[in-house]
Design a protein around this ligand. Structure first.
Ligand code: SF4
Length: 272
């Protein structure tokens, strides 16, 4: 059986082989990255930048194909070859920029992500993780993984109707926040990525409520919504994002949380 966009249960996943895995990101605030899956079953419709790029390059043909992830079957072997090559250059490895390491209800992907984190940590390389899924229980065992890893969720709303429309197959917001809070309570470093934050012509909501729901985290990152036609037509877009960026900075200062405003979002600079 192969995956369908709807039945998001574990299934016999398709696989691909890659020639390389680790790469140095061109994104200013990032270091090394890896993507051990092609595609992403969360199927975000903001739109998803990774999906757009893969389509543009002809690697992925349709949305349905994107939503049927293919695992990189030789990911661990590639890591064995590449870790010695890059070890002295790596500050940390981010999972992932063009897929999700803990895709909702995709155990096979989550298990491979755990093996990858374990291998990197065993080589004294820390990881930063970002998901719209739920962090698995195994990560709660603090001694098995590096205490220096950083666990993050993306959270741009608390409205489930919005999530069903824009992130149709991701984990619901409450489960996402709960799994992050659990890691926080276990003493691990946590962060939240409030990006791509939608404009009021898409959804009217109170950013402070979202910030309060994750006020336990060590770091908050905030960024605007790009590549969305409706959002780009919002008349007060610049003023809106400038004002919200200032609110995020103020909230973080008050709650002693590190703050990272994406540079294109406002005039604020990165504070880490
Ligand atoms: S979770 Fe990330 S990679 Fe997956 S579809 Fe959404 S935006 Fe794209």
């Amino acid at each position: 059986m192969v995956a369908t966009v709807k039945g998001m249960v574990d299934f016999k996943m398709k696989s691909i082989e890659r020639k390389s895995l680790l790469y140095k990101s061109k994104v200013k605030y990032a270091d090394f990255c890896l993507n051990h899956v092609e595609g992403c079953s969360h199927g975000c419709k903001y739109p998803c930048y990774a999906y757009m790029m893969k389509r543009r390059c002809g690697i992925i043909k349709t949305y349905e194909e994107w939503c049927q992830p293919k695992i990189v079957s030789n990911a661990l072997e590639l890591l064995d070859k590449e870790i010695p090559k890059y070890r002295n250059k790596i500050k940390y490895v981010h999972l992932c920029f063009s897929t999700d390491p803990f895709m909702y209800k995709q155990k096979q992907i989550g298990d491979l992500s755990l093996e990858i984190i374990d291998k990197l940590n065993a080589n004294n390389i820390r990881c930063t993780l970002l998901t719209k899924g739920v962090f698995p229980k195994e990560l709660y065992k603090i001694n098995d993984f590096s205490e220096n890893n950083e666990y993050g969720i993306t959270l741009v709303s608390l409205d489930e109707k919005f999530r069903e429309k824009f992130e149709p197959y991701s984990a619901n917001f409450k489960d996402r926040i709960d799994s992050l809070y659990y890691l926080h309570k276990k003493g691990l470093k946590t962060w939240v990525n409030i990006e791509p934050y939608p404009t009021p012509n898409i959804i009217r909501q109170d950013l402070i409520r979202i910030l309060e729901a994750v006020s336990f985290v060590d770091e908050i990152s905030f960024g605007r919504l790009n590549y969305n036609l409706k959002s780009s037509k919002f008349k007060y877009r610049k003023e809106f994002y400038n004002s919200l960026a200032a609110s995020v900075v103020k909230f973080c200062k008050k709650n002693k949380i590190s703050c990272h405003i994406k540079q294109e979002t406002s005039g604020h600079t990165i504070e880490r």
